[in-house]
Every structure is written in structure tokens, then in C-alpha cells.
Design a protein around this ligand. Structure first.
Ligand code: 5AD
Ligand code: FES
Length: 344
């Protein structure tokens, strides 16, 4: 099968499904083409984003997630504003020019608190991008964070299929609201990231086609995907993990469907395979997110089991990642790394 940006864009759902389920030979063609497109757009640059997991409290109860509110075994923590700023300071010294503040949906961080944290980071690190990944909030809240200085927002849609969504989430959550949040964020002016888990329980290839179609509709700047990984303290205890091979081929398909996109090679990929993140880069990804969370909290942000990078200090994690990026044949860069979307 021949693959190129033009061919892939024109595929109907059936053909796209065939491509997702393709054999190893076709995948090799797909990966080569994806790497070519990524080099045309971004060269060999891989952008580093300093990730600060600032709270593992969450009001939601997603069936797949280790920090869901009904997991009584989760050891909860929150970072103070000073701890967050200190993490940014360490990150800045290591060269990071993007900070990603990620957490569960924790309403302890009111709009005022988030705005205060964001504007303090903005004041001290004028040249940095501030990314929030804190889940669903109202249009006005998102707008207030944007005005306080946040530039980007990550909110994976998780699955674009209503029936599948219902099997992964309790009734209190809604796919429509999640989609609405994503369009609100875009309207406000954020660079928006979305994405989904690969191989989450009950996922079909048809569901993945819906995910890709939804992303085509949203046109996000960033697209994060990673394999689903089981956590024993969830209702999905005992379910199979997602597949690394399927995640890699989807990264290549994403690169061809969205040549301009910032696509991370995720920690979940690195957790399931020792070379997962390197392979993700070779498949078309161009972002990695080294962990900047203070080490004493790292293990507690356990959304899935055996998560890597929980023991290393920020500097070690940075060096480790830089070596991995180079070993894969790419170059770690510390610039802000905004999306190159002028020509889509
Ligand atoms: N395995 C893999 N990824 C998960 N996420 C949540 N739980 C799991 C899990 N068990 C992903 C979700 C979320 C992101 C922060 O982590 O896609 O958006
Ligand atoms: Fe974090 Fe290797 S990437 S320690």
C-alpha cells in the first residue's frame, strides 16, 4: 500500500481502519513517510517540556485512572505555589522554556489560585510558555487563566465515541462537555492539545477512526496519545494494557494527518517498552516531557502502574532524555517550540 499525506487525507473510514490494522511491511512504509514529513516540517528538533504534576486530588472517577476519587489507596498531595515556582526555577536552569502544570481536577485550586500561580510564573519567566492540563472548567475560568498568562492547554478527549466514553466514565461525566471545553479553549486563543488512550478497555478500531475524525474536526496544535496501562486500584484491574506497536503506528498516522502537530512521545510508551520513547520519535513524534515534579511526590502521581522517571532528579531526567533523543537520531531543543501551523 502506498502512503503519503495526500493519500491518507482522502481515505474513507473503511480504508483508514484498514491502515490502522496494517501489517508490519505497510507500517515500515508508514513510519518512513511520517519521519520524512516530520523532518520537512520540524527538522530533527525535539522539544522539551518541563512537566509539573502539582496535585493528584481529583473530583472525577474515570474507571481507568489510578488517581480517581474513589481510590482510597492513593496517597494525595498538593504543591504550594512556592513549590510550583521552585520547580519552574529548576526547569528554567535546565533550559526548559515551557512549563506544563498538570493535575487531577482539584477544585482546591480555585480560579483565583490558578490565576495567581499562572501570573507569578508569567512575571518571573517572561520568555516561557505556560501550559495548563487541569481538566474541565467553565469558559470564563479558561478565559481568566489565559488573561493571567497561560498560553496552551492540554485536554485529551480520551475517546470520541459516545458508547465507548460511557464504558470508561461514570454518568457524572460527559463527552459533549469535554468536546465543548476543547472548542472553548480554541476560541479563547489557547494552543490546544487533545488526544486519546490506545488500547483502553473495549476500544475498537472503529473507535480509533472516530478519534482521528474528531481530531480532524478540532485541528489541535498538540496531539498526545499513549498506551492504556492497567492500575490495580481501579475497576479495570486485570484488563490488558494497550499495545506499543499500535501506539507507534498511530503516531505515524497522526504525523501524516497533521504534519504541523506537536506530538509527544509519552511516558506511558516508555513505561511499556524500554525503547518506547525513542521508537515514538522515530515514528513521528517531536516532543518529550521530562518530569520536573519534586521527587518526593513523583510516585504519588500514579495514574497507571510502574510509571517510569519517578526516582530521578530533574537534571538526571533531562540528561537521560537528551541521550535518548540523540540515540534515536534527533536533537533536543529547549526553545519554546510553538506549533508551526502557518501552512497546514
Ligand atoms: N493508562 C494510560 N494512560 C492513562 N491516562 C489516565 N489513566 C491512564 C492509564 N491507566 C491518561 C489519560 C489522561 C492523561 C493525563 O493520562 O489520557 O488524559
Ligand atoms: Fe526521566 Fe529517563 S527520562 S529518567
Amino acid at each position: 500500500m502506498e502512503v503519503s499525506v495526500d493519500i491518507i487525507r482522502e481515505l474513507n473510514d473503511t480504508k483508514l481502519q484498514e491502515l490502522i490494522e496494517c501489517d508490519e511491511d505497510t507500517y515500515n512504509v508508514l513510519r518512513t513517510e511520517a519521519d520524512k514529513v516530520r523532518r520537512e516540517r520540524y527538522g530533527t528538533e525535539v522539544f522539551l517540556r518541563g512537566l509539573i504534576e502539582f496535585t493528584n486530588y481529583c473530583r472525577n472517577d474515570c474507571y481507568y485512572c489510578g488517581i480517581r476519587c474513589s481510590n482510597k489507596n492513593a496517597n494525595r498531595y498538593r504543591l504550594s505555589k512556592e513549590e510550583i515556582l521552585d520547580s519552574c526555577r529548576s526547569g528554567y536552569k535546565l533550559g526548559y522554556r515551557t512549563f506544563v502544570l498538570q493535575g487531577g481536577e482539584d477544585l482546591y485550586y480555585t480560579d483565583d489560585k490558578i490565576c495567581d500561580i499562572v501570573s507569578s510564573i508569567r512575571e518571573e519567566f517572561e520568555d516561557c510558555a505556560i501550559t495548563l492540563s487541569i481538566g474541565e472548567r467553565s469558559y470564563d475560568s479558561y478565559k481568566a487563566y489565559y488573561e493571567a498568562g497561560a498560553n496552551r492547554f492540554l485536554l485529551r478527549h480520551e475517546t470520541a465515541d459516545e458508547k465507548h466514553y460511557r464504558r470508561l466514565h461514570p454518568d457524572s461525566m460527559s463527552l459533549d462537555n469535554r468536546k465543548k471545553c476543547l472548542f472553548n479553549l480554541k476560541e479563547i486563543g489557547y494552543q490546544v492539545g487533545s488526544g486519546f488512550m490506545v488500547g483502553s478497555p473495549f476500544q475498537t478500531t472503529g473507535n480509533i477512526v472516530s478519534d482521528l475524525r474528531f481530531l480532524q474536526e478540532l485541528e489541535p496544535d498538540m496531539i498526545g496519545i499513549g498506551p492504556y496501562i492497567m492500575h490495580s486500584d481501579t475497576p479495570f484491574k486485570g484488563y490488558d494494557n494497550g499495545k506499543v506497536s499500535m501506539t507507534l503506528r498511530l503516531i505515524s498516522i497522526l504525523r501524516l494527518l497533521f504534519p504541523y502537530a506537536l506530538i509527544p512521545s509519552t511516558t506511558a510508551l516508555g513505561t511499556l517498552s524500554p525503547t518506547g520513547r525513542e521508537d515514538g520519535l522515530k515514528a513521528g513524534a517531536n516532543v518529550v516531557m521530562p518530569n520536573l515534579t519534586p521527587v518526593k511526590y513523583r510516585e504519588k502521581y500514579e495514574i497507571y502502574e510502574n510509571k517510569i522517571c519517578t526516582g530521578e532528579e530533574a537534571a538526571e531526567c533531562r540528561d537521560c532524555l537528551e541521550r535518548r533523543i540523540e540515540r534515536a537520531g534527533y536533537k533536543a531543543v529547549t526553545s519554546r517550540g510553538d506549533v508551526k501551523s502557518l501552512i497546514k
